[in-house]
Structure formats: C-alpha cells, structure tokens
Design a protein around this ligand. Structure first.
Ligand code: FES
Length: 264
C-alpha cells in the first residue's frame, strides 16, 4: 500500500455500491479503506510500497478480466469494484489454505497468538479447514525437532536463528511475503535480506555469504521485525515477556536515520 497520495486530480469510483472520491494514483485497496471496506491482505502495509505478492486482496472490476490485486491496481474514473463476490471469496480462501498448508498450527502456544496477521486474515477469509499438507510439514512435532522420533536427523527441521541479540528468525513460520526484505531496503536502505530457494524451500536469508543474522549486513534497526506479519521475526523481549498491552514508539536520535523502537 505504501504512503497514500495526498494530491492529484479527484477520481470518483464505486466500491461495493458506495461512491468514493480519492486522489488520482490511489490504489483500489486504499480507496476501499476510505469507504470503510476492509479487503483481506497479507503483503500490503503502510511501511512499504505495494508489490502484490500474496494475492489475497483480489477483487473483481466490471469490464476487466481476471481478479486483479487491489493493492497494486490504481483507481480510474467510473470504475466499479466488487470486493466480496463469491468468486473472490473462494479464491482468497484457496490462497490462504496454501499459506496455512506450510505453516505450523501451534497458534495457542505461539508467542504471536492474538497479534498475528496470518491468524487474523485466515479468520477474515473464513478458513476453518485445510485440505492440503505440504510435503515437509506432515507432523507438526517434527517441524520443531532437529531429530525425529528414531533419533535420526530430521530433514524437515528448519533451524531457528537466535544469533541477533534483539530478535529471532524462525523460518518454519515464514510465509515468504517479502515484507521484511522490502522494509530492509525501503525503510532502512540496508539491503541485508533476500529470498533464497523456490517453492516450499524458499526462505528469507541474510545472504548466502553469511551464516546467520549476526554476521550479516543487518544493522539491527528492527524494520524487518516490525514488518513481519507472523512470529517469524520477533523481538526477544516479546517472546520472553509476551505481547505488551501498551506500547510507545520513540525515534532513536543516535544516527538520525529515524529508526523507531517500540517499548512497553
Ligand atoms: Fe495485495 Fe498482497 S495485499 S497482493
């Protein structure tokens, strides 16, 4: 989603029967929010520019083929958008099912329980059952154990990286939405993160040349942690003490870059 345009020629369109007027260049998703209509989303956030990777925000637009991503589709005069047709609801549920098929279902004991966008959006699209199981995630206990029950090395295990003093990285919970990679680039300008591999093997990485986050180019600004929609990148203090009931955001004056820190 990124920052909404503040200026630009007014454009009037219709979303779910409501007439909305927004500045030219506004995305359909942003215009929907202006009209009080929430469209499910995972990769779009105010922190970074829209890049349309999760496909959860599909909508139907009269006169257009397919189901475009509302976060990357700009408004047009006279556009008629439908955000809740049976078709898009079914497609969103299917997309979410695929995300969940490769995600541990340990929500009740997860440190992000109640503060997880994946959990919230799964509820928003009405997902109750998952028909698919990723080949490497058939037994959830195995997901977290370096050894299987016979004591052999578990090929399904994706090791957690706790090398950074401030946050942990748990690849088993990553949905590869790329928000952290983009926050590192767009917010911090560091380019310390990348995506490695393909399909089920794809993962966020601090670069092939580095063993872990601590030895990488990461400057521990926390932008990636703030951008993460799951418990993949999480502050150690949150894991130890739980999600704060109240938080204050302050801007560090150390180097003038403008990194923000959350504190209870
Ligand atoms: Fe639009 Fe992810 S929110 S594609």
């Amino acid at each position: 989603m990124g920052t909404p345009p503040k200026t630009g020629k007014p454009v009037t369109l219709t979303i779910d029967g409501f007439e909305v007027t927004v500045p030219e260049g506004t995305s359909v998703m942003r215009a929907s929010m202006e009209a009080g209509i929430q469209i499910p989303r995972l990769c779009a956030t105010d922190m970074v520019d829209a890049f349309g990777s999760c496909r959860l925000c599909m909508v139907e637009i009269e006169g257009r083929r397919g189901t475009p991503a509302s976060c990357t589709t700009p408004v047009a005069p006279g556009m008629v958008v439908h955000t809740q047709t049976g078709k898009v609801q079914k497609l969103r549920k299917g997309v979410m099912e695929l995300y969940i098929s490769d995600h541990p279902l340990d929500c009740l004991t997860c440190s992000a329980n109640g503060d997880c966008e994946l959990q919230t959006q799964a509820g928003a699209v009405g997902l109750r059952d998952v028909r698919y199981t990723a080949p490497q995630a058939p037994v959830l206990a195995n997901h977290f154990s370096a050894r299987d029950t016979s004591g052999e090395a578990n090929p399904l295990y994706k090791a957690k990286d706790s090398s950074n003093p401030y946050f942990t990285y748990d690849p088993a919970k990553c949905i590869v939405c790329s928000r952290c990679v983009r926050a590192c680039e767009e917010v911090q300008g560091t380019f310390a993160l990348t995506i490695e591999g393909r399909g089920f093997d794809s993962r966020v990485s601090p670069g092939a040349a580095f063993d872990d986050f601590l030895s990488s180019d990461c400057v521990s600004c926390g932008a990636c942690v703030q951008a993460c929609p799951t418990a993949t990148l999480q502050e150690k203090s949150v894991i130890e003490k739980g999600t704060p009931t109240r938080s204050v955001v302050t801007t560090c004056a150390y180097c003038g870059v403008g990194c923000s820190f959350k504190a209870e």
